[in-house]
Design a protein around this ligand. Structure first.
Ligand SMILES: [Zn+2]
Length: 602
């Protein structure tokens, strides 16, 4: 039945197609080339409109700006969906490898495929924009009659970071999760309609469509993820055991000795980054002795200067500075007069060099690193701007997320000294403190990075039904993260919706891949930079050699399969999590000491 729908849709489109060739004649390589030229030009034009409308819809949230964005986005998606279907016509045509790759990418390029039925297509696009806006406007009000008691995600984030009051943390955690039950019905419909669209493109469901983008069969890709997770899981389990022990010392019996950790005590609303519990877990004699949070706050550094500092890293390894428009058009701070989506993102509005970042920057270590992350997107975007439009993307989506983080790994104490933020770098006896701090961000994230799409793939495939959405969510959080809620979370809740990427419909596996790749990149670039110290003390700041290697890879965009791009930097075509183990080696041994004779696992 699927293939009938597919052929029918194809026929309807081809018969109404303006690009010339009749559906009766056999298409030629020339036709394929013409077709691809049209795709590149049309997508480029429509992407500009979508980019502009999208920017406004996130920086001035109103019903109108959401509607305008939804409309522009629908035009783009419809067009790409039509082109993706038409691309099948050239499956058997003998074309040049570059053109073949372009056609293949086109067929799997959508994150969300709208059904060809215009009413359903419009409904889906509207739902997608609504879900995004519901999240953006999300607030929890302790007293709904008092607007001043309402907290947005930024304020929630602050409390999760700073408070050590278990009751308060629990109240805020539960409060934030009240923004999402209202999304559940819309999300259910979203799944139905987006699956229908994916079906018309020949995929069994939206999750299968997402998995098909990795230059290998979907099953093989899933196995790759398992392999990488197995490489790092032992280290995660040790970290989990240590932190659980420390939280128990801090909070008492609310933290079990053996079971999963409570989701609200890890310093982050999603327990995806545990950096903020570092003060509870810091090693007695190996604390690095400085806090970037304090330095940034004490110096009263402005958001603009934080971004300038980030930019300077990239220029130090040979990249050209950001264009003037970047400074004029970016959003660095939260406006006081309107609703915005504060969730940090990087934009390339015209797909040439209208680069921007959108953040509500605060003077914290976390935001300082996020700036490096977002700038990584911008420098990548500009590096591939001269390729045909279809190739203006990263080798795979994990690469895009990995680049800025790779640079952030070079934000070492020695680097902070070189740019004048720190007087003196701590000696090697303090390494455990530095590494634990880093592990609380990077290692803690890995299972979370994996499970979001594990959940969505099951939801899209129908393995998890709407009545089990929330249960399946917590099953996976238990299985991978070893984290659980303190009170039952029945299906009257929709806790996945309290994480931006679910209502925002942003695939998440990319962040897991990025978490692995960034260490592999860091190891390889540090070698190129001639770094002789332990891997975690290497910074590629001011290394032209490392910069050259990096920029060569970035400029490839998506024009080659990702293993080839990986090889450009890492000298191998295979992803490898052993760089993580290298980086954290001293910490791994130290954790063994700390948890000796203590319960491990959950
Ligand atoms: Zn990113």
């Amino acid at each position: 039945m699927k293939s009938t729908t597919f052929v029918l849709a194809l026929f309807i489109f081809v018969s109404g197609c303006a690009s010339g060739s009749s559906s009766n004649s056999t298409p030629t390589a020339e036709d394929a080339k013409k077709f691809m030229d049209e795709v590149n030009q049309t997508a480029f034009d429509l992407a500009l409109e979508t980019g502009q409308a999208g920017w406004i819809s996130q920086t001035h949230i109103t019903d109108d700006s959401s509607a305008l964005y939804a409309r522009a986005n629908q035009r783009l998606i419809d067009k790409i969906a039509h082109y993706a279907k038409e691309a099948v016509r050239f499956d058997k045509v003998d074309v040049a490898p570059e053109l073949r790759r372009g056609l293949d990418i086109l067929k799997v390029s959508l994150v969300m495929a709208t059904p060809s039925n215009p009413k359903e297509g419009e409904e889906l696009t509207k739902i997608a924009a609504n879900l995004d806006a519901t999240y953006g406007k999300g607030k929890w009000c302790e007293d709904p009659k008092k607007p001043e008691s309402c907290l947005d995600i930024n304020q929630i984030t602050d409390i999760m970071r700073e408070s050590r009051d278990e009751k308060k943390l629990r109240q805020v955690w539960e409060g934030w999760h009240t923004i999402s039950p209202q999304m559940r019905e819309e999300y259910t419909r979203f799944v139905e309609l987006s699956n229908k669209g994916a079906g018309e493109l020949g995929f069994t469901d939206t999750g299968a469509m997402w998995r098909s983008k990795y230059d290998m069969p979907a099953d093989e890709f899933t196995k790759e993820l398992d392999r990488l997770w197995e490489q790092v899981r032992p280290l995660y389990v040790k970290l989990h055991a240590y932190i659980r022990m420390k939280l128990r010392q801090q909070y008492g019996d609310v933290v079990p000795e053996k079971g999963p950790m409570p989701a609200h005590l890890l310093g982050n609303i999603w327990a995806q980054d545990w950096s903020n519990v570092y003060p509870i877990a810091r090693p007695a004699n190996a604390d690095p002795g400085f806090s970037l949070n304090d330095i940034l706050k004490n110096r009263k550094i402005s958001p603009q200067d934080m971004v300038k500092t980030g930019e300077r890293f990239y220029t130090s390894i040979g990249f050209a500075p950001m264009p003037q428009t970047f400074w004029e058009r970016s959003m660095f701070t939260k406006p006081r007069d309107r609703e915005v989506v504060c969730h940090a993102s990087a934009w390339d509005v015209d797909n040439i060099e209208d680069l921007r970042i959108k953040m509500c920057i605060q003077p914290t270590d976390e935001d300082f690193r996020t700036i490096h992350h977002e700038l990584g997107h911008n420098f990548y975007q500009r590096a591939y701007k001269d390729l045909p439009f279809i190739f203006r993307d990263s080798a795979n989506d994990g690469f895009h997320e990995a680049i800025g983080d790779t640079i952030a790994l070079s934000v070492t104490p020695e680097y902070l000294v070189r740019i004048g933020l720190l007087d003196k770098a701590p000696d090697a006896t303090r390494d455990i403190g530095l590494l634990l701090d880093r592990a609380l961000e990077k290692i803690a994230f890995l299972p979370f990075g994996l499970l979001i799409d594990q959940w969505r793939w099951k939801v899209f495939s129908g393995e998890v039904k709407p009545e089990n959405y929330n249960k399946a969510w917590w099953d996976l959080r238990l299985k991978y993260q070893g984290v659980a809620p303190v009170a039952p979370r029945g299906n009257e809740f929709f806790d996945p919706g309290a994480k931006y990427h679910v209502p925002g419909n942003v695939p998440y596996t990319r962040y897991f891949l990025a978490a692995i790749l960034q260490f592999q990149f860091h190891r390889a670039l540090s070698e190129a930079a001639g770094c002789k110290t332990a891997l975690h003390r290497c910074s590629i700041y001011e290394s032209a050699d490392a910069g050259k290697k990096l920029s060569n890879m970035l400029a490839m965009g998506m024009s080659q399969p990702w293993p080839d791009a990986l090889e450009k930097i890492a000298g191998t075509k295979q992803m490898d999590a052993t760089a993580i183990l290298d980086y954290f080696k001293p910490l791994d041994a130290w954790l063994d000491e700390q948890i000796k004779g203590k319960p491990v696992g959950w």
